[in-house]
Design a protein around this ligand. Sequence first.
Ligand code: NDP
Length: 259
Amino acid sequence: MSDHYTSLTDKVALVTGGGRGIGRAIALAFGMCGAIVVVNDLENAGAAETVTAIDDSAGRAEVTVVDVGDPAAARDMVTGIIQRHGRLDILVNNAGINPVVPLLDATQAAWEGAQRVNEWGLFHCGQIAGRQMAHQGSGCIVVIGSPAVADAYADQSLYCAAKAGLQMLAMNMAWEWGPLGVRTNVVQPGWIETELNREYLWSSPEVRDRVVGVIPLRRPGVPDDVARAVLWLCSEEAAYVNGATIAVDGGLLAGRPKI
Ligand code: NDP
């Protein structure tokens, strides 16, 4: 992972869901650039491992264990970061869950849980972050979206609906907060090999081959692929990029294949 984005040095960056997978890769990438990384997760173990890895590479990081789907806790978390560091420069809204369930069997609790984490988490964290960034006159929000904003997937209605709402919330942030100096962009990962989709995409060799076979670059994505795009969006190199949606998917969406 590159550490050449010097504009990220000393920036205070909050990464939600940074305890594993894509969020961990993003947190490590910010750490390598000299940012002060606040690693959020639902449980301490994963987030603490991420922080240790950043510390080991001479970076600076801290853990905050909070459910971003809990409005009060999420707001307190962001307020606390601003109080501790005096500012917040970057929010990466990455935490997500994908409860795979046929729509006819989905419970109210599962529906609400998916909305709270995948969509409302951005409102909970983003509003406080946005106020602070507007006050600073600068800031950068990156939302980890999904091709599910426009494509239906079997048994993933809860996820698709929440990600579609998330996408529009991000676009409205870009529109309303751009004039205040706050840039908001979306990164849309394709099929990245993580725990989120291990069971249904990667555990059977036959399915894995089918998945890789429809990705034009003929390999699964890895979390670092996504992290590189996030770093660039938060850097000065992307100073005029606002309201963009960048696919990091090996070309998947060029043909919109289904497996
Ligand atoms: P993982 O399941 O590997 O990691 C998700 C992380 O988010 C976990 O550390 C998890 O914590 C944490 N998390 C879950 N719920 C909460 C919560 N309420 N509050 C705080 N943290 C939480 O997933 P990925 O890394 O694959 O996914 C990251 C993002 O990328 C998600 O938004 C996902 O929708 C998106 N994405 C992923 C794709 C892929 O192919 N992998 C494709 C498209 C989008 P814990 O381990 O404690 O549960």
